[in-house]
Each structure stands twice: as C-alpha cells, then as structure tokens.
Design a binder for this molecule. Sequence first.
Ligand code: HEC
Length: 244
Amino acid sequence: MLLNSSGNETLQSETVGSANDIFRELAQHLRNDAEIGPAVAKAHKVQQSELRFLDMAEALAGFIRHNFRLKPTRFHDFVFGSGQLTPDELAGGLIFYGKGRCGICHNGPYFSDFDFHAIPFPQAGFGKNGFGVDYGRYNVTLDVDDLYKFRTPPLFNVTKTAPYSHSGSLYYLSEAIKVHVDPLGDPRAIPADARQRADFYEVLKKWSHAPMAGVELSDGDIKQLIAFLGALEFESDEAVRELN
Ligand code: HEC
C-alpha cells in the first residue's frame, strides 16, 4: 500500500518513528480511498475524513474473525446433533481418539493443543536455519528444549490443504500421518547429507518421547483416519450456521 508514497524508503526502516509514520500514511490512504474508505467510514459511523488507523485495524480484525470462525462439520453434527458418520469415518475417529493417540495433541475446539512438538517431518527447501534445517520454535525462544518443535496444526479442512507440515514437504495425508508413527518407514526420509542426517537424528530423539512413538498403524487404519479427517471439513457456505 505504501509503494506509491513519496519517501517510502524511510518508511521501510524498522524504528518506532517509522512505525508511527506508516500508521499515519496508511490512515491517509484510507481517508482518500474511493472504494474501501466509504465502507469503513459507514461501518464506524464517522466521516471518511475522520478515519484513523485503528478503524482500519478493527475492520481487518472483524474480517479475520468472520472468515476464520469455526463452522459446523459432519463430525460436529454427529457429536452434538443427529448427523451420521460412515462406518469408516467412525472407525477412523475411534483410532484418532484411541490407539492412534492423535487426540493427545490434536484436541480441543480447534483440534490443536497449540503447543509445540517434534514430529520427524522431512524438511523441504533451504529451511530457516539453512541447508535443509529448521530449528522451529527454538528460533523464537532460544531454549534448546524447543529445538525442532513446531506448533500442532488444527485439522479442520486438512483433507483440502496439501501439502503438509511446516515446510509443506509431504503431499499426501497418508504420508503426513505415517510420519508421526513410523518416521523411518520410508527410506527416502533419511537425509543423504551428513549435517541433515545429524539433525534428523536429534528430531528422532525428541520424537521417541512423544505419545504416539511406537504406535502401529496399518494402511487400513490410515485410510480410516483419513476418512475421519474428511468429516472435519467445514460444511458448504450455504449450510453455514453459527456455532455457539
Ligand atoms: C505429540 C503431538 C502429536 C500427536 C500425538 C499427533 N500429532 Fe499430528 N501433528 C503434530 C504437530 C506438532 C504437527 C506439525 C509438525 C510440523 O509441521 O513439523 C502435526 C501435523 C499433523 C498433520 C499435518 C497437518 C498440516 O496441516 O500440515 C496431520 C494431518 C496430523 N498431524 C494428523 C495426526 C494424526 C492422524 C495423528 C494420530 C495418528 C496425529 N497427528 C498425532 C502433533 C501431533
């Protein structure tokens, strides 16, 4: 938005002063905008010339709250209403909460404990720490205990959001699930590069204390888990009802 502002180079430096200038400049854009400006002014019941940066921030927050709200799923209809699941979905759910131990981390209203864990997903690309390595949460906390840990992702619509993991390294849900319980199952998972292999070993060490290490899942179990995850897709927009 600021590309066309005169002096935008000074605005790109990270100082408190430049942050204030950016807020001021963006608010000015909004006051002059012919399309968004009137809509935001109307929503806040003020003149467009009185709009402040905060009004834009609140409009964006409202947009995010609306678009990212939880919507009903067939799982929700099954648990709280009279909806039905197929036998495979039901069997997958029992594995999810039972022997698969998925619910230990993927739990709560978002199917995430919002905590950090080391799952031996392969790393795609250069990685935040270079040469195929990403130290994960450690990069933020600098606590060695957090090395290679990533936040548990929510699982709504996960059937539609390939590729998987923090670096998008796996394309299939079956692979993403398998890596949780059998990270060495696919020999291609073992990195050829010595440094990456040493890092992979560290991830495995952390993972070996995780609740699902040692869990055995057959191909049939994984198919049923995928069927269950399909029941976590948000129902179509026409069918959206507010959850409370
Ligand atoms: C110890 C906690 C933990 C358990 C138990 C667990 N997961 Fe995960 N799961 C994670 C974390 C953390 C990630 C993200 C790791 C990463 O990106 O490096 C993840 C990622 C995933 C993903 C990829 C999601 C995406 O959007 O990329 C799927 C699918 C998934 N888990 C399903 C399962 C299933 C099915 C089970 C049970 C067999 C399970 N998980 C058990 C913590 C866990």
